[in-house]
Ligand binder design. Structure first.
Ligand code: DGY
Length: 321
């Protein structure tokens, strides 16, 4: 019996492709760039499964053009590139890759927050430029993180993992904002307190944005919200570009309305707003929060597990529909 055909839309680890080959007739992209949608559609003809990342746009147009498609399995937790409702309507199964990246992503979020507060990028640039001539009492002084107030916008799995680091490792007071309050059993061990969004903005010394992208979340943090923050505060975004208004953020950083920022995601990435590139007080990284070797491998394996389940009549581990 012939194996179901699947397409792997981005370069992944070769041994993981070998694992796919045990179950499927596999075609891989030769390019390590996101495929333009017409090319993706061409490659998906006759394919039952797609191994995808957060960059392939899966919408009604693609689904109409790829009638053989039965399963789209993402190796990312974010799935704002997939129209899940349109997939459901056509019987196409969709999965993402939560959980396996939670701790790694939380580590990175915390690292960015620390780097922003303690001016790590700025200090390194200063040293590399040969500007370090002597010690000064206020040379590159920054903000403390330990013992300060951590504000988490989006207290899901990753938000809670960051809150754990803050509360248990750094003695931080944790406040958070979610649409709904979490159970006491989650809040109590972290000493976490639900607050309104304006309160979160006003009280946090270090605000971290971790909520999933949705159209309602577009520019959830814009000029008005930034104006509510303390001028000594930092803002870290590891969620998705577009949730923070990058132009407004650059303006706040330049005007001294905010002390520093750490950004791993950007509106329109990989393009970065030119005003942010001009700011010394922002740490910028290219969407790598989940990028440890074990975690990226685990994300790929989870997508493979889901493809195998979806195309052999099994239960996907992390189904979205
Ligand atoms: C995710 O898994 O969504 C990460 O942001 C990588 O894209």
């Amino acid at each position: 019996m012939s194996k179901p055909a699947v397409f792997v839309a981005r370069r992944i680890f070769p041994d993981i492709v070998d694992r796919l080959r045990e179950h499927f007739d596999v075609e891989e992209t030769e390019s390590d760039q996101p495929l333009p949608q017409p090319e993706l559609i061409r490659r998906l003809q006759g394919k039952a499964g797609l191994f995808a990342t957060g960059t392939e746009r899966i919408d009604t147009f693609l689904l109409e053009a790829c009638p053989a498609l039965q399963a789209v399995c993402l190796m990312t937790v974010g799935y704002n590139n997939v129209d899940v409702a349109a997939c459901t309507a056509r019987g196409v199964r969709v999965s993402n890759a939560p959980d396996v990246l939670t701790e790694t992503t939380a580590d990175f979020g915390f690292a960015l927050m620390l780097a922003a507060a303690r001016r790590v990028s700025e200090a390194e640039a200063y040293l590399r430029a040969g500007r370090w001539k002597e010690w000064h009492v206020d040379l590159l002084v920054g903000a403390d993180v330990h013992g300060r107030t951590l504000g988490v916008l989006g207290m899901g799995r990753i938000g809670q993992a960051i809150a754990r680091r803050g509360a248990l490792g750094f003695g931080m007071k944790v406040i958070y904002h979610n649409r709904s309050r979490l159970p006491e059993s989650v809040e109590a061990p972290l000493g976490a307190r639900w607050v309104s969004k304006p309160q979160l903005l006003a009280e946090a010394d270090h605000l971290i944005v971790v909520l999933p992208y949705s159209p309602e979340a577009q520019h959830l943090i814009a000029a008005r919200e930034l104006a509510l923050m303390k001028p000594t505060a930092t803002l870290t975004n590891i969620a998705r570009g577009g949730i923070v208004d990058d132009a407004a953020l650059a303006d706040a950083l330049q005007q001294g309305h905010l002390a520093a920022a750490g950004l791993d995601v950007f509106e329109g990435e990989p393009t970065v707003h030119p005003a942010l590139l001009e700011c010394r007080n922002v740490v910028l990284t290219p969407h790598i929060a989940s990028a440890s070797i074990p975690t990226r491998r685990a994300m790929c394996h989870l997508a493979v597990d889901n493809l195998i389940a979806a195309l052999t009549g099994g239960e996907m581990k992390t189904a979205l529909n």
